[in-house]
Design a protein around this ligand. Structure first.
Ligand code: PEP
Length: 236
């Protein structure tokens, strides 16, 4: 099934999340056709985990630390996320790499620990604007994936940095080429696209074949628009 991961980033309190979900589900997102994963901030995970019995969405974490427990003040471990019903964990999002200087090695440590705890890592890769302009997308993706060859199951989210939050996306041919590079490196993976996914970009994005899903940022914070987007996606 096509998967959509909603990355709320550092947004929504518990009460805001409750109001969001009420509105969102009142508009009947097509959950028979789309596998939906919500990735809220850590503080909202306990609330979402109480709703998991309704079987409408899965829960992903936006980050994790690689040790199971110990003196790592401020960190959250894979077993702790498993405890809160997480099935997937986003690792190596470009904001983590950029603002918190996460290296490929650290991202691989996180993904390994996620797998070890019985969850699926969603590893984000993608080039910045300079590399895109210089035609180095393939090279960047290959170098970011070098440590992930043995990982299974694993989802790879191709997210060009210049596309995130900008309203601009690569052409469908460029995304298809990046996906081909990813699949050639990791034939076992599922490939998602992320970066300015919206109702406006959907027609171009739907030309990308094959594609296993989307990682959605800004749009996923607007419950009605997000629901409409999912309905459009389901009817294509
Ligand atoms: C993201 O940050 O992962 C993302 C895809 O953001 P947006 O959809 O807002 O471009």
């Amino acid at each position: 099934m096509f998967s959509v991961v909603a990355n709320w980033k550092m947004n929504l309190s518990i009460s805001e999340a409750r109001a969001y979900l009420e509105l969102f589900f009142a508009h009947h997102p097509p959950l028979d056709k789309i596998e939906l994963l919500m990735a809220p901030p850590f503080t909202v995970l306990p609330y979402l985990s109480t709703m998991i019995h309704q079987n409408r969405f899965k829960i992903a974490s936006q980050n994790v630390y690689w040790e199971s427990k110990g003196a790592f003040t401020g960190e959250i471990s894979p077993p702790m996320l498993r405890d809160l019903s997480c099935t997937h964990v986003i690792v190596g999002h470009s904001e983590r790499r950029q603002y918190f200087l996460e290296s490929n090695e650290q991202v691989a440590n996180k993904a390994r620990a996620v797998l070890h705890a019985g969850m699926i890592p969603i590893v984000c890769v993608g080039e910045d604007m300079l590399a895109y302009k210089e035609g180095r997308t393939e090279q960047i993706i290959k170098s970011q994936l070098a440590l992930f060859k043995e990982f299974e199951p694993v989802w790879i989210a191709y997210e060009p940095l210049w596309s995130i939050g900008s309203g601009h996306i690569p052409s469908s041919q460029e995304i298809a080429k990046a996906n081909h590079t990813i699949k050639a490196e990791l034939p076992q993976c599922r490939v998602l696209y992320g970066g300015s996914v919206s109702s406006q970009t959907l027609p171009e994005l739907m030309k990308v074949k094959p594609l296993d899903g989307f990682l959605v940022g800004g749009l996923s914070l607007k419950p009605l628009e997000f629901c409409t987007f999912l309905q459009e996606l389901a009817s294509t």
